[in-house]
Design a binder for this molecule. Sequence first.
Ligand SMILES: Cc1ncc(COP(=O)(O)O)c(C=O)c1O
Length: 385
Amino acid sequence: MDTVPMFEGYQVGYDIPALPGMPESAIQTPCLVVDHDAFFRNLDVLRRFCASHQVRLRPHAKTHRSVDIALHQIQTGGACGVCCQKVSEAEVLAHGGVKDILVSNEVRDPLKLDRLARIPKLGTRIIVCADDPENVDELSEAAQHNGTTIEVLVEIDCGAGRCGATPGREAADLAALIARAPGLVFAGLQAYQGSAQHKKTFEERKSLLDSAVRMVSSTVTELEHRGLRCDIIGGGGTGTYPLEAASGVFNELQCGSYIFMDADYNRVLDPGGKPMGAFDNALFILTSVMSHVKNDRAIVDAGLKVQSVDSGMPVVSGRTDVEYLKCSDEHGVVADPACALKVGDKLRLIPGHCDPTCNVHDWYVVVRNGMVETLWPVSARGRSY
Ligand SMILES: Cc1ncc(COP(=O)(O)O)c(C=O)c1O
């Protein structure tokens, strides 16, 4: 854990929302709070799961965009490395000391290709996805130009309808091209079924995953015919990881949200129809009541600018008597029928969607037993270009 001197010269409110050693009640709001014990419990749950299912864990850093969290995932959470979506995120993570990074995305812009190809000079293994032959040439040129090696996964579209080559022969042709390209190493397959993750019922998720597994298996068979072997067959998120792990085909899981969870993942159900329950909510938006002029409505200081509501409104943690109804830029409207809240009261909100919520904050305030333990910067905040 960090110690207080790291924050020497920082003033609460002016520079930073809190300082280590403060009580949670003194944190400046609105800001992100990470529940220390829930966070480390979540790390441990997935570490144990992966160990017992003999799959590697390469968690997705797109969720948190934080060097500190990535290093915790590697050092105590059993991760072999991390994923990210952007070259800019990979740069921040590599400079922060992460040694094994998969950019689980296509990189096409010339400057970004060059930046990607430079990352191995930092002593970091870099892996990227490709879904088209022209991109193989671009990656090969960038690697040769920089005198580096880039590992490449063939991304297949296994049902999400996003990026990805057609599974089977087309994907295997691409793999063969990568294997022959100077400066590149064919490293395997990227097969993330993004549209399955948040399906509410287990049956819906399983049916989408069964189909994805068939596509991965047929591609692996094609690759074997050509003598090509996959070091990595990666995919899986917080909604489906047990299915990928049980498939006998995937060997790396890419869960991202598991460290924090969010209100939308809380609504995803297990095979018995109950909330999944494997992971605890560890991320909250701490907010304060700033106005309570109407008896049945409290107005809080967490509005649209501190969260993403694309997956629904945040849920007030630990309370059933009040409900976050709607937001505008800087205001949140909370139904308070019993007039239980008063100005200055603080609420922990479970964000509707964790990833884009984190990206609009500078800091995670890590709280343990009601006290601020440390702060982690959102190191790659806004690094989308
Ligand atoms: C390629 C890829 N892998 C893994 C994940 C992690 O998913 P989750 O946050 O649902 O665990 C994502 C999330 O969008 C993703 O795009």
